[in-house]
Each structure stands twice: as C-alpha cells, then as structure tokens.
Design a binder for this molecule. Structure first.
Ligand SMILES: *Cc1c(COP(=O)(O)O)cnc(C)c1O
Length: 477
C-alpha cells in the first residue's frame, strides 16, 4: 500500500472552515487578547518536546492542541499595544491570500509554469515602481522573504555591476544607524572588515555628509574603490531619513551605487508628510521596502526595487541544463533570474489582493494616521513634566524617557529607571514596550504603525508607565 496524505473532500472542508473561523475570531477580538505571553524554554519543552510520532492522530485533536498551546490568547505583533521593534499589523485579506497561495501550492518562479503568478509580480512591482517614482519600463524588482534578503540581493547586485569579479579593493559605506541586516549581508558576501566604513551620524542620527565625503576621498587616495553607499530611509531606531538628495549628488559624482534601505520607512511614501521626508528616494539605484511591516502584509514579504531590471538578471541568471526548456521571450520574466531563490512562494498574491480589495486610498489613510498619531503623542509628552523627548516623532517612531524635571536624576539613575519601567510594563503583559540606546542613554521607543492603535491605547500605556515610575521611585527611597 502506498502512503497517502488524503482526507476526504468533506473532511478537508470541515477542517478548513475551522481554521478560517479561528482566524476570523482572532481578527475580530485582537484587542481583547494580550500582546504577548512570556514562557521559558522549560515551560515550552514541557508542552511540546517529544519524538516525532510514528503514528498519527486525528487532525482535529492536533489542531485543538496547537490552538490551545501555540497561539492561544496572544495576539503577537499585530496587537494594537505592540509598540516595540517594528509591529506587524498585517491584514485579513492578505492572510487569506497566503492561504490560497499555499493551498494551491503555486510555484512562483518560472513563467511557463505559472504565468499568472509571474504577471502579478510584474504588475505589483509596477505599482511599487510608480509609487517611488522609479522608471517603469526599465526598472524592475523582486519580492523576497523580507528586508534582510532584499538588502542582501541589492548588495550582491551592486557589487556585481560596480566591481565585476574582483572586489578586493571595493569599499562600502553605511551609517552607525543603518540596520544590522546590512552588515550581515556585507559579511555574507565575503567582504573583509577593512572594506567596510561605518560612519558616525550627527545629533539627529543622520549620516554626516562631510564625513562621507572625507571617507570617500581618503579611500580613493589609498587606491581603493568606493563602490556603494547604504542610505537609510527611516532608521529602525528613530525613523530618521538620511539626506537622500545630498547623498545622491555624491553618489552620482563619484559613480557610487546608492542603495536605500527603506525597509522601515519606505511605505511612508503613501502619505504626503512621509513623501516630503523621503524626497530624493527616487534617485536610488536600488531600494529595499518591506511590505510585511508598514504595507500591512503578513509575514513574509520583502521587496527590492532597482532602476534597471537587467542589473538583476546580469547578477543572478544562470542557465543550468535542467532548466533549458523554460527560456522564453524576454518579457516573460522568470523570477528565479532576478534573485537568489529558485523555488519561491507566491508572495505577490497577497499584495495584489489586498490592494485590489481595499484600494490604495485605504493604505494611504492608514499610513497618514500612523504618522499623525506619533505627532500627537509627541505633543502630549511635550506638555508633561515627567517625560522628555529624546528623538521627536519621525515616520511614526518616537523615543522618550521618564525624567521628571524636579528630581534632577543622574544619567545612570535615569537609565535604570527607564529600564525598570519597561520591565514592569513587559511583566504586566499589557503592552510591548522595550528600550533602545540613543546617545548612550537608555530610552523607551514607540513605533506606531498599527492602524488599530488608538490615541487612547497610547495614553493608557503612559498612565501605566507613570504609575510604575512613581512606584519604582518610592521603593528606591
Ligand atoms: C526590519 C528592517 C530590516 C530587515 O527586514 P526583515 O524583513 O526583518 O528581514 C532592514 N532594514 C531596516 C531599516 C529595517 O527596519
């Protein structure tokens, strides 16, 4: 007897409906759940650790067990009171689209196998190219698993196009606020430490143009080849956008590849305020955006856009003999030629279906709402005697700390106090609010990109922080 995985059609339907019900319930009640549940490795092992079972058990029992223990009452990164890291607000239509993509197991890589999947990636890529004012005919791009992979794909391309095979003298530049995935990518690509320049930022966390110019000049004098600068369009820490126009001027003059990491802030282009902050982004050679962050898509979907699609095929196309039958006409894109993966899931589907369903205007309103919410929080904090703004609201990110003016606390005391406030909030399970370090100070950071987050949610969290702070201070006396 051959092994098989089949359920009857009726069994599949009843099982599938249950899952849809669970997801719809989750979306309908997300506010009433906890943002996260803490658990130790031991506690998790107690529930799950076992050998792979030789014999199966009824599908429903497994599902019930998983629902009880895996997802349970935690809303995770989509909860409106998740303020830290980068929240993942997601949306229901895209979640269902992911179900379709997996359910039909669509192979999104080769035109001949799934022309509609390739076409939807072309179409949605055109939408993105237009959004960022990239050329639609010549430009192109590819969906990746996330921003990290998009950055890696970009830097591999930059190196291929600028340096060819010999990159022994190549030098790459980025700021100390650039996302860690860039350094990871540079390391994966095999650059040595001596080929990487991490440049300090100014008081507002922007790359200092003068320092960049000096570094390039010095490297050229030493016979090295400056080949790429990684600008940030919305740093993860503070939402800061590097001076993109000034950087583009330098990159043009020096013939340096300009990569913009817009994984966090790129989506802000959908709002007027954001578009002003991002001025100059259209001059990048390559641009990372990350739809599973601020384009409200479920994990995983990242995206790389480039000014000239042939740069991607020149970097990634290989023609092994087992793929010889699939070359077709050039306009029929085989996306495995544009990036690292051969077998790829159908990521374009969720992006396509959500934008078709909700319309771009819904996305634009949501992004504008997020930016305005952070501005409103800044205004509220400025009126308070207890809170100090460390980095003003920028693309929906704001950094602050508890620092009552009458107390005159030392830097060390402030660090400890703010860390403790975060610890207490996290212990309460009421909100996800952690610290970051800016200018060597421990500060609290809010990233407000969930359109479900209300001003009242934020106010409530600050009331909680105030009460914890008073308690900590009174205990310390
Ligand atoms: C999140 C982020 C990344 C990494 O993206 P992933 O999707 O997490 O891989 C890269 N750059 C910036 C600026 C980010 O905020």
């Amino acid at each position: 007897m051959s092994a098989h995985f089949d359920l009857s059609k009726e069994e599949m339907k009843s099982y599938g409906y249950k899952i849809v019900d669970l997801i719809a319930e989750h979306w309908g009640n997300i506010e009433s759940k906890k943002p996260l549940l803490k658990a130790s490795r031991e506690e998790m092992d107690d529930i799950f650790l076992q050998e792979a079972p030789e014999e199966g058990m009824p599908a429903e029992e497994v599902l019930n067990f998983v629902m009880k223990n895996v997802i349970a009452d935690s809303a995770g990164m989509s909860h409106p009171k998740v303020y830290s890291f980068v929240p993942g607000p997601s949306n229901f239509i895209s979640a269902m689209a992911d179900g379709l993509a997996s359910g039909f197991n669509i192979f999104s890589s080769i035109w001949m196998i799934s022309p509609s999947a390739a076409e939807l990636e072309i179409v949605t890529m055109n939408w993105l190219l237009k959004m960022f004012n990239f050329p639609i005919q010549k430009g192109g791009g590819i969906f990746t698993s996330g921003g990290s992979m998009a950055n890696l794909t970009a830097l591999a391309t930059a190196r291929r196009i600028k340096c060819g095979d010999d990159f022994s003298k190549a030098v790459i530049y980025l700021s100390d606020q650039a996302h860690s995935s860039n350094i990871k990518a540079i390391r994966v690509l095999g650059f040595k430490k001596e080929q990487i320049r991490v440049l300090p930022t100014d008081l507002e966390f922007r790359i200092s143009i003068n320092k960049l110019k000096n570094a390039i000049a010095k490297d050229k004098l030493e016979g090295l080849q400056p080949f790429c600068f990684i600008a940030s369009a919305g740093t993860t820490n503070t939402g800061t956008v590097d001076p993109l126009d000034a950087i583009a001027d330098i990159c043009e003059e020096e013939e340096i590849w300009m990569h913009v990491d817009g994984a966090y802030g790129g989506a802000a282009i959908l709002s007027e305020k954001g578009a002003r902050e991002l001025k100059g982004i259209e001059r990048a050679d390559s641009l990372t955006v990350d739809p599973h962050k601020w384009f409200y898509q479920p994990y995983e979907i990242g995206c790389l856009l480039v000014k000239d699609a042939s740069w991607l095929s020149n970097t990634f196309s290989e023609k092994p003999e087992y793929l010889r039958d699939i070359e077709g006409n050039e306009s029929e894109i085989n996306f495995y030629d544009y990036g690292i993966q051969l077998t790829r899931r159908f990521r374009a589907l969720k992006f396509y279906m959500s934008i078709k369903t909700y319309g771009l205007n819904t996305f634009k309103k949501a992004v504008s709402y997020n930016i305005d919410l952070a501005d409103k929080v800044e205004k509220m904090l400025r009126k308070s005697k207890n809170w100090e703004i460390i980095s003003p609201a920028t693309l929906a990110v704001i950094n602050f700390r508890y620092n009552p003016i009458h107390l005159d606390l030392t830097e060390k005391e402030l660090d400890v106090l703010n860390q403790k406030i975060s610890d207490k909030v996290m212990d309460s399970g009421e909100a996800l609010l952690v610290t970051t370090i800016l200018n060597k100070q421990v500060v609290l950071r809010m990233c407000l990109i969930n359109p479900k987050t209300t001003f009242e949610d934020v106010r409530g969290t600050f009331l909680l922080c105030n009460s914890y702070a008073e308690k900590i201070l009174s205990e310390g006396k």
